[in-house]
Design a protein around this ligand. Structure first.
Ligand code: ADP
Ligand code: MG
Length: 333
């Protein structure tokens, strides 16, 4: 089984940033309001994610590190409309098969917590542990037992950069969650939770720049998705005015139903609206949130879920184009 998990890890766990993503998404699925992330050596030596979420029942802790033990899906129907971030039940066993892994958890009402260590896939015995309410997962020495994978890890700065970029995406998508990040014992980032404001300008400034915020055009527009589905699509977020245009695509963020996604067609629609109304040659900076009926989006295209497939791709492209074109045109008038 360890081998199966290691193979799964090969697909989902590319590098420390993938571990951070899986652990932080679990924390969010558990309702965390605050997440502390401690890293050492670009996450290769240590990734520790501590959350104040609902925790895990003592009798379920061992299950959490077993393959396909997800608490988030109970029927095929759920699979079609996945609201939580993780749903495959693969992340923890995969990570635990290629690291020295400890999970400790306590539910708010339990008087003590419980901890479980897994070393390179060898699962230990759960033991009682003093633990604040919530869950802490510690991942040390990633790929220590898979030299072929370890060899592909890059310099500390590079790995840390990937982690920071992913955290920036998350911070944009979830301004309601407070994130604190440390690296090699020093505070690195703090994204303050904003209590759930829909458009957190503060978060935009914290993650990208004050200057982006100062030049940001806010959009929020909804339209029928298609004549037969009866549901709406909604585009919200910010696009920067040309005073803040960029030489590269470094500040282009798209979220579909809360997930950071790369989508050529939508990127094209944004660029097109920008180029039409303003001028060519520069890149728009944007943070856009698209919401569409999850039943009309396939999120299972890629195991790491960076890509999605839309049933109404054309309509969505045109909607994004028209919405941004109108918003940008207004600033010229
Ligand atoms: P998935 O997220 O796809 O369900 P994971 O392997 O990431 O699979 O996690 C397995 C299970 O462990 C989750 O379904 C959840 O029940 C539990 N779990 C993992 N991390 C946490 C956490 N931080 N807080 C509460 N429960 C957690
Ligand atoms: Mg998960």
């Amino acid at each position: 089984d360890t081998l199966v998990n290691q193979i799964a890890a090969g697909e989902v766990i590319e590098r420390p940033a993938s571990v951070v993503k899986e652990l932080v998404e679990n924390a969010i699925d558990a309702g965390a309001r605050r997440i502390d992330i401690d890293l050492e050596e670009g996450g290769v030596r240590l990734i520790r994610v501590r959350d104040d979420g609902g925790g895990i029942a003592p009798e379920e802790l061992a299950l959490a590190v077993q393959r396909h033990a997800t608490s988030k899906i109970s029927s095929l129907d759920d699979l079609e409309a996945v609201a939580t971030l993780g749903f495959r039940g693969e992340a923890l066993p995969s990570i635990a098969s290629v690291s020295r892994f400890i999970i400790a958890s306590r539910r708010g009402d339990d008087d003590h917590g419980i901890a479980l260590a897994v070393d390179g896939g060898r699962v230990g015995e759960p033991a009682p542990k003093q633990q604040p309410a919530g869950t802490t997962v510690e991942v040390r020495d990633l790929f220590y037992n898979v030299p072929a994978r370890r060899k592909f890890l890059r310099a500390e700065r590079t790995e840390l950069g990937h982690i920071e970029e992913w955290l920036r995406q998350l911070a944009l998508a979830r301004p309601d969650v407070e994130l604190r990040v440390s690296h090699n014992g020093k505070p690195l980032r703090r994204y303050k939770g904003d209590g759930g404001a829909l458009f957190s300008g503060e978060r935009l400034a914290e993650t990208l720049s004050e200057e982006f915020l100062a030049n940001a055009l806010q959009v929020d527009h909804a339209a029928p998705l298609s004549t037969d589905s009866g549901s709406l699509m909604r585009l919200s977020g910010w696009i920067a005015q040309p005073a803040y245009s960029r030489a590269s695509t470094d500040q282009q963020y798209l979220f579909v139903n809360g997930r950071a996604v790369r989508d050529r067609s939508i990127a094209h629609a944004v660029k097109q609206a920008y180029a039409d109304v303003l001028f060519h040659g520069r890149q728009p900076a944007y943070v856009l949130f698209l919401e569409v009926d999850p039943r009309r989006v396939d999120v299972n295209v890629h195991p790491a879920k960076h890509e999605v497939r839309f049933r109404d791709g054309r309509a969505i492209h045109d909607f994004v184009y028209r919405t941004l074109q109108a918003a940008l045109a207004e600033t010229r008038a």
